[in-house]
Design a protein around this ligand. Sequence first.
Ligand SMILES: [Zn+2]
Length: 112
Amino acid sequence: MNCDDITRLLDERALAQLSAAEAGAIEAHAAQCPECARQWLASESLARFRADVPALPPALREQARRLHAACETPVVRKSTRRPLLFGSLFVLGAAATTVTAFTWQDASAANR
Ligand SMILES: [Zn+2]
């Protein structure tokens, strides 16, 4: 097995789906190839993470499926970033002005 074979196997299947021969071949290759060893460790770590995550309740799973489908559907819409950006900058500026005014007022009161 070469690096491409290892990458393909790790990409295509969960570690639990590998045959003993495939797992052994990956292990033998990873012992001599740091890049594939790193990839294998990452796959194992991901598999452990997935095993630890509890199953979603059916209603939440359906909601996640719909959100995922909506994200894959191209949506043409007007950009709303600029008004949001300027609104955020305005709020930040107002907050900074308020904090500065109170800090200055406190400092003035302390100097009297
Ligand atoms: Zn390799």
